[in-house]
Design a protein around this ligand. Structure first.
Ligand code: IVH
Length: 680
């Protein structure tokens, strides 16, 4: 390659890698595969080594990808947070071991571990208490996500045993597959784009601005590195054993290896065994175990010389498309699904893959008879990533996306800004009616003992069209159905009975209002407290809720504006379902009874959580300052208008600390003391 070409290529690669690094670490929506990214990075490394005159300390080869989002306070890391050199080639692992053998003049071992596919975290414990958690950021400074990390179930807030007074430990925040599937289903129902894989979902969830929401995301943590500058141990393995003794989550799936053959055996074992793990891994990390050997090898600007990652390639299979089905969901959205010639992929037989929408079909240019590549990344549902055009049969025609609903024949519509097609026949399309009934019964909604087959049967026999019909069912009707017995009918009716205790936020979710998934239903329920208040609310009032946008507000108003929905709600209410939050269930005290409180500004918890806290202690949240206001609870940056009005009317203004001191026991999430904001 000529010098000028090399320079041009180097600059182009840097640009490409920076852009994709931002999409990966900041947007959590990468458009390039990890493999492709790593290959381009290696190409740049090679070119920079070959043309040192073009090397640049700012090159992505010398800097870790930054996850700083601008929404959090940034804090400096005490010790830089580095990345790992990686390879897909076992020969390079052999070279790594040979180099270490040559450079080290004593015998040593390797600690082989899983490479967890999540987002890196750095935890600090002082006197055994968790006081700070930072993301990797740009390696020098990270986003302070302490409040969110406190919501992760397996991260202890306090340590046990003989822990050191000051401890820094690093690891990974993961989203297990089960939580990932649930979250994406919910996002689709909310009309939000699903996360591409559990890594992006973990990283996006860790950066949520409401810690209460983080608590619902099912995040998990595993820790794998104590910087030697923090606490020094003879070996890495000993450090991890001690961390486990202090109550910290450390994976047991590691092994001490004496040579390259043992390393290879470990890699081979986990290449298939990792499929049984409940979370994503993307390789194996090989670390030299002895601390003095680690010290001798040291670091490059970007990664330790005493560790390397062997990465697994995403598994791919190539199989023909037999036919394409068009499925109608409960919202009327029509989704194309490819039926595939069954093929073995990552230990499971794949027969179907969704194609999302007509635009994606167009993009991939898929035709019946085509051989397509299917890939299983983190997701349970496989993805079609491309078509092998060389194998396209002659005359394979472009599939025609149906113009009418495959279930009821109604002409499909395309929404203004979306790629999806919808069947508008909400009240008459059997698939939509059954879909809504099934949604109502699911575990996260009303948790009624009825699967797809039961719902289908009850609908087909004309026994139910809407959820309220389910509560009218009698045992005599059920036992007449094929396959039903006295016992199964009773169990079904008992589960309907129990569903009367399901809290309002889940009832609201169960109604199946478009774009109102679990999270949004919770926010609406907490804010308005009852269906009656929600019915009275204007679109503008709904929009006042954090994280509720115009699409959702319009959808809620539209839903509650239809007489058939109001009739259905009244029938459900008559059947005893909860249509308001039960104060008794959530009450913590009556310390604020009779007080009318206005909040303004930001607090150590979200504004929604603060309102909930007020209600839980018997207080009333009001939106505007009036003579009846008991006090203004002011966080950071309170509204100047509100402050002025308080001054005019002589209404007291309290900061968060003063307010919390009014409450009997503080068992709600709170920021570390040093971070609380005192205004007055
Ligand atoms: S050790 C100084 N061990 O992989 C080296 N990292 O691609 C500290 N990772 O930034 C890292 N599993 O986020 C280490 N068992 C493991 C790991 C691991 C996953 C992540 C980590 C790192 C990235 C590099």
């Amino acid at each position: 390659m000529e010098k000028a070409d090399a320079k041009q290529r180097i600059l182009a690669l840097r640009e490409l890698l920076r852009e994709n690094s931002r999409r990966y670490y900041v947007d959590n929506a990468p458009t390039m595969s990890d493999y492709e990214f790593d290959q381009r990075m290696h190409e740049l490394e090679d070119l920079e080594a070959q043309w040192p005159e073009f090397d640049d300390p700012d090159s992505p080869t010398h800097r870790v990808g930054s996850d700083i989002s601008g929404e959090f306070v940034q804090r400096a890391h005490r010790y830089p947070m580095l990345s790992l050199g990686n390879t897909y080639n076992i020969g390079e692992i052999e070279e790594f071991a040979a180099r270490a053998d040559k450079l080290l003049d004593r015998s040593f071992t390797y600690c082989c571990e899983l490479k967890f596919d999540g987002t890196a975290i750095c935890l600090n414990y002082r006197d055994g208490r968790l006081w700070r958690a930072l993301t990797r950021g740009d390696g020098e400074k990270g986003d302070d996500v302490t409040r969110n990390v406190r919501m992760i179930a397996n991260i202890p807030h306090t340590l046990k045993g003989d822990y050191p007074a000051d401890l820094e430990i690093r690891g990974e925040i993961l989203m297990p597959y089960s939580a990932f599937e649930e979250l994406n289903a919910e996002r689709e129902a909310d009309g939000d784009a699903p996360f591409a894989n559990p890594r992006n979902a973990a990283s996006g969830s860790l950066k949520l601005t409401d810690p209460q929401e983080v608590a619902h995301r099912g995040l998990w943590c595993t820790l794998y590195h104590i910087p030697a500058e923090s606490v020094s141990f003879e070996t890495h393995d000993e450090a991890l054993r001690k961390a486990a003794e202090w109550g910290l989550p450390v994976s047991k799936d590691r092994r001490l290896c004496r040579n390259i053959d043992e390393i290879k055996a470990f890699i081979e074992h986990w290449d298939s065994a990792r499929r049984d793990l409940p979370y994503a891994t993307d390789g194996i990390v090989i670390k030299i175990n002895e601390s003095d050997c680690q010290r001798a090898l040291g670091y490059t600007a970007k990664s330790p010389r005493w560790a390397v990652a062997y990465k697994f390639k995403a598994e791919q299979a190539c199989t023909p498309v037999l036919s394409i089905d068009y499925q109608v969901g409960r919202t009327g959205a029509v989704t194309p699904v490819a039926n595939l010639e069954p093929v073995l992929l990552s230990g499971t037989v794949v027969k179907r893959a969704t194609l999302n929408n007509p635009d994606q079909m167009e993009l991939l240019d898929i035709r019946v008879g085509d051989s397509v590549y299917v890939e299983k990344g983190g997701e349970i549902i496989p993805k079609i990533t491309g078509v092998n055009l060389a194998l396209r049969p002659a005359g394979a025609a472009k599939p025609d996306f149906p113009q009418t609903c495959p279930d009821c024949g109604t002409p499909l519509i395309r929404e203004a800004d979306g790629a999806k097609r919808f069947c508008p026949n909400q009240d008459g399309c059997p698939m939509q009616i059954k879909g809504r009934l099934l949604h109502f019964t699911t575990r996260k909604a009303m948790d009624i003992l009825a699967g797809e087959a039961t719902v289908e049967q009850i609908y087909d026999c004309g026994l139910a069209r809407t959820p309220a019909d389910l509560y009218d069912l009698r045992k005599q009707q059920l036992v007449c159905l094929e396959g039903w017995q006295e016992r199964s009918a009773q169990r079904f009716l008992d589960s309907l009975d129990r569903s009367r205790e399901v809290p309002f936020e889940r009832v609201l979710y169960a109604l199946g209002i478009r774009h109102v998934g679990e999270t949004k239903a919770r926010a609406l329920a907490r804010h308005f407290g009852s269906i009656d208040a929600l019915m009275e609310a204007s679109e503008e009032q709904i929009l006042e809720i954090e994280d509720i946008g115009a699409v959702i507000a319009t959808s809620v108003r539209e839903y509650l504006g239809k007489p058939q929905h109001l009739r259905e709600i009244e029938r459900l209410r008559a059947h005893g379902l909860k249509f308001s939050v039960s104060a008794a269930a959530d009450a913590l005290s009556d310390a604020l009874a009779g007080k009318s409180i206005v909040i303004s500004g930001n607090f150590s918890i979200s504004r929604e959580a603060m309102k909930e806290l007020i209600a839980a202690h018997g207080g009333k949240n009001s939106s505007g300052i009036s003579a009846k206001t008991s006090f203004l609870l002011a966080g950071s940056k309170p509204g100047p208008e509100k402050l002025k009005k308080c001054e005019q009317l002589g209404i007291p203004v309290y900061d968060e600390d003063t307010f919390r001191a009014m409450l009997p026991a503080d068992n709600t999430p709170k920021a570390p003391v040093e971070e609380q904001l005192t205004l007055f």
